[in-house]
Design a protein around this ligand. Sequence first.
Ligand code: G3P
Ligand code: CA
Ligand code: CA
Ligand code: CA
Length: 287
Amino acid sequence: QRVRAGLGSAADPGLSCKEIKDTVDSAQDGLYHLRSQEGIVYQTYCDMTTADGGWTLVSSVHENDMYGKCTAGDRWSSTRGSTTNYPEGDGNWANFNTFGSVELATCDDLKNPGYFSINASDVMLWHVPNNTPLSQYKSEAYLRYYTTDGFLRQYGGNLYSLFKDHFPIVYKGATGNGPAIPITWDNGSEDLLKSLLAPNVLGEVTPGFVHFCVFNNERAPHAVCPGLKYNGGNVEHACIGGAAYWAEVAPRQCGDFAGKDWDGYGTHTGWSSSLLELESAVLFFYR
Ligand code: G3P
Ligand code: CA
Ligand code: CA
Ligand code: CA
């Protein structure tokens, strides 16, 4: 990526990709420097072209070991085992921890200060095969979609506030399911999504949404259902992120991708998703 002068350069970090895009209308997709509300400078990827651009990459959810059930790398659920000792799991949906780096967003989990410090209105999600290089995140993202209704403004302006103040990711939490927000497709379609999901979940979902904080039959929370609204109780086969305990044949559903391998690894039968979905990261952007 070329070195840039002006807002978004190392010498003049922006607060968000939207601020940069609003200031420099010709800004292109790529790496920029941002600064958090507390003054921490970090580098991330800005999508400056999708639906007028201004999208900041803030996080990715990556499953590094589907056979590891709440083990190393399961930062969006529990890295400390399948246990009821930590009702919030690692708690990363609603804390100030950061990890990963922008160029490794498809190789491991990512969470930068933008996740909790940017004041945003909408989200965009990309499904990108594991180990895709930064320069190809967009072209290789077989599903790309975004919200348009400004829902984050109702929940504190970012996912940190949504989960911290409105819909905590807590095992057997008292709070009910969070909102299901309609999406606009930029790449892929409802039909493509359905062709990749576990066949058995098709009767329990409505594609065309992103759904937050969804509890399953055993009251295990899932942070995000990417691309769909989950209407039934077997949430663990289609939704990602969570806490530290899934009661159904524990620990088999414990981890960043929960029970996506219930009927075998990438078999795309029963309650198992396709291999492609199992081996892709979900990247989160704010605008
Ligand atoms: O999550 C799937 C599990 O609840 C078992 O479902 O349909 O095999 O009884 P089923
Ligand atoms: Ca795992
Ligand atoms: Ca992970
Ligand atoms: Ca189940």
